[in-house]
Design a binder for this molecule. Structure first.
Ligand SMILES: Cc1ncc(COP(=O)(O)O)c(C=O)c1O
Length: 233
């Protein structure tokens, strides 16, 4: 882990030293630079986001500092944040996010794939609004066609005999289910988990997890962490 951090730090320092523009001028292999036909002046300019036809609404909510203070007061310290001045995100549209000052950011992260079709996609919004106006929730002890339709749609895309769907709310729950199924099938408690893997934050999946940023010193059960085959050949 320390070695990996060292490599990342060295790579970042290197990247800083050799700016993209320098790389482009030197004819280096760099995928994010302007084309060689552009003038050096253009290559030196900071990259600009392409035009986008959406104006964020004027934001009248609490400032980043106020949100941060309230989080510190009312939320547990395990909810950490990135950057000394974390972004206060107030609006999203397709592949972009906007902060409290209307500044636009390209979101290459998309809520860790939880909004895989981008932010506030009009077709998805339309369906959400229509359904919410009709019925917001039905439990599985009654019938509703949506869960069966969705399961059928997913099953049709799956290979082989993977035709039964079990819906969960999170990645942690999915891995909890996988662990339970494996234990049910084998009758064993013990598990092997690869180092450097993240598997969730529930009591079982935090045991499987072997990344120091997400690992806490709680009893993890019968989990054996083993070396990962070299992921950087
Ligand atoms: C590989 C992997 N497994 C499990 C999880 C846990 O998912 P969740 O945060 O939805 O519980 C994540 C979340 O980032 C993940 O990336």
């Amino acid at each position: 882990m320390a070695f990996r951090r060292q490599i990342i730090r060295a790579t970042l320092q290197n990247a800083k030293r050799n700016s993209f523009a320098q790389l482009a001028r030197a004819g280096g292999r760099c995928f994010s630079t302007a084309s060689p036909s552009l003038s050096a002046a253009t290559a030196d300019a900071p990259p600009q986001l392409p035009p986008f036809d959406h104006r964020p609404k004027p934001y009248k909510g609490p400032s980043a500092e106020e949100v941060l203070q309230k989080r510190k007061t009312y939320l547990g310290p395990s909810l950490f944040y990135y950057y000394q001045k974390p972004l206060n995100i107030v609006e999203g549209k397709m592949q972009y996010l906007f902060d409290e000052n209307g500044k636009r950011y390209l979101d290459a992260f998309a809520g860790i794939v939880t909004v895989s079709a981008g932010h506030c996609h009009p077709e998805i919004l339309k369906d959400i609004v229509e359904q919410s106006e009709l019925l917001q929730h039905a439990t599985i002890i009654y019938l509703h066609h949506a869960i069966a339709d969705f399961a059928e749609g997913l099953a049709e895309k799956m290979p082989g005999n993977l035709k039964v769907v079990y819906f969960v709310n999170s990645g942690s729950e999915a891995n909890e289910l996988a662990m339970m199924m494996a234990r049910l099938y084998t009758g064993n408690l013990e598990m092997i988990s690869l180092r450097n893997g993240y598997h969730g934050g529930s009591s079982n999946t935090i045991g499987l997890t072997a990344l120091n940023t997400w690992k806490y010193p709680i009893p993890q059960g019968e989990i054996h962490h083993v070396m990962n085959p070299d992921p950087y050949p």
